[in-house]
Ligand binder design. Structure first.
Ligand code: ZN
Length: 142
């Protein structure tokens, strides 16, 4: 990536830092990984209870993947080991989240989503039936 490096960073430096495409990948990983805390904090403040939104896990996955790529490039075993297996809980949490979301029920009365195994709609109070169609709107709840 030397050609791309010299095109992006003529002279090799910017703001007194020696830059390369790999360093850009590493910094992007750091920024994305750190931004997950801001997203989680915002969601918690908004709902006034501790919440871990799916965006937190997506940002964790993307940030740690970029950091792993950078660590592999640097051949730093400590850094590689730190990010080698973190994708497992991130991915598992996303799978559980989306499965739970799919199990939600759509109220026939008002059309709102209700948590799985609900007997009555939380929004309008209409009874929910066991043969209620499952919701297929994964973007509705966070
Ligand atoms: Zn309802």
């Amino acid at each position: 990536m030397n050609g791309l490096d010299s095109w992006l960073f003529p002279g090799g430096q910017f703001l007194g830092i020696r830059w390369s495409v790999w360093k850009l990948i590493g910094y992007a990983g750091n920024v994305i990984f750190f931004s997950r805390f801001l997203v989680q904090w915002y969601a918690t403040e908004k709902l006034k209870r501790v919440v871990v939104p799916p965006a937190f896990w997506w940002l964790s996955l993307a940030g740690s993947l970029l950091l792993l790529i950078y660590a592999l490039r640097q051949r730093d075993s400590v850094f590689i080991l730190a990010y080698l297996f973190t994708w497992i809980p991130y991915t598992r949490n996303l799978i559980i989240h989306y499965r739970h979301l799919e199990a939600h029920l759509t109220c026939n009365g008002c059309g709102e989503l209700c948590p799985p195994q609900s007997r009555y709609c939380f929004h309008c109070g209409a009874p929910l039936h066991k043969d209620q169609p499952p919701a297929h709107q994964p973007n509705r709840a966070a």
